[in-house]
Design a protein around this ligand. Structure first.
Ligand code: NAD
Ligand code: ZN
Length: 269
């Protein structure tokens, strides 16, 4: 394929990639990964749906789940700083019911990404997910730009607590045994500023990358969409069941299961 595209303009290359189908598209992605010196993956909730965690915006997503207990609240409100501080009992009740991912296991997508990293083919994973599944699959360089539901901390004395603390606490609002203040999950809620180290690392790795694979994200959340726009490397690939705004910029677009695509490609490397 490299031979065919040698003297082509960027527009002609894009037209060529957009015309690929089936196995040829898989082969093109494989080749892009093998050619890249710094490949980065940017993902979201769709990476974990095959592990059984619903995403937000799909037809089976959390935003469409009918639950009378929370029906009067907007989904964004239930995961906002406004709810945490204004109605903490509601926040923790929703969080405990919907965001307990302690026993969930990684799927083919997480495993394939971990394999690519250990084979030296992937420099890092930027994830909006808070479920810790990339690390469970063995990935090392994971930038959790929205934090992790497996960590929590006291809002007053800042003491850190483990994955079980919020879920095992008998208080409707979990309290710090040291000082009595609220213990909250270490996740970025709507209305909060992103954690600096992870977001800063994500910006740096993207500025330097030559392949960006985006998957399992609607790119509706501002932070992810901004990160995708920072990237100006050689190739961009999108693997997402639903349509996303950036498809016009991508060389390859797969409207398929991310587990299926990444497994097939990583098995062939
Ligand atoms: P989103 O719900 O807005 O979009 C998910 C996208 O993934 C959709 O476009 C859908 O078509 C696609 N998708 C779903 N399953 C897929 C599959 N198997 N293969 C390919 N594509 C698939 O999610 P988002 O863009 O990540 O934004 C939601 C926010 O909520 C993020 O901040 C995210 O971290 C958070 N969230 C996290 C989790 C988690 O940690 N697992 C779960 C729900 C939401
Ligand atoms: Zn405390």
């Amino acid at each position: 394929m490299r031979g065919i595209l040698k003297d082509c303009s960027e527009r002609e290359k894009l037209r060529y990639y957009h015309g690929l189908l089936g196995e040829e598209k898989y082969a093109a992605l494989r080749e892009m990964i093998l050619e890249a010196s710094k490949a980065v993956f940017l993902g979201g909730a769709g990476v974990s749906t095959e592990s059984g965690i619903p995403d937000f915006r799909s037809k089976d997503g959390l935003y469409r789940k009918k639950n009378r207990k929370f029906a009067r609240y907007r989904p964004e409100y239930l995961l906002s700083n406004e709810c945490l501080t204004g109605k903490p009992e509601v926040f923790f009740s929703y969080f405990r019911e919907n965001l307990d991912c302690r026993e969930v296991q990684p799927n083919d997508a997480h495993k394939a990404l971990a394999r690519l990293e250990s084979a030296g083919r992937l420099s890092g994973i930027i994830t909006q997910n808070i479920d810790g599944l990339h690390q469970k699959a063995g990935s090392k360089n994971v930038m959790e730009i929205h934090g992790s539901a497996l960590r929590s901390y006291c809002v007053y004395c800042r003491k850190n607590y483990g994955p079980d603390f919020i879920f095992q606490s008998l208080d409707p609002v979990p309290r710090c045994p040291e000082c009595g203040h609220m213990v909250r999950p270490d996740v970025t809620l709507y209305g909060e500023i992103l954690p600096d180290p992870a977001y800063g690392d994500a910006i740096r790795i993207l500025q330097d990358a030559d392949l960006l694979v985006i998957g399992g994200t609607s790119l509706e959340v501002g932070s992810a969409s901004q990160l995708a726009h920072i990237y100006h490397g050689k190739h961009m690939v999108i693997i997402n069941k639903g349509k996303t705004k950036l498809e016009g910029k991508a060389d390859l677009v797969f409207h398929e299961s991310i587990g299926k695509v990444l497994k097939a490609v990583s098995d062939s490397i």
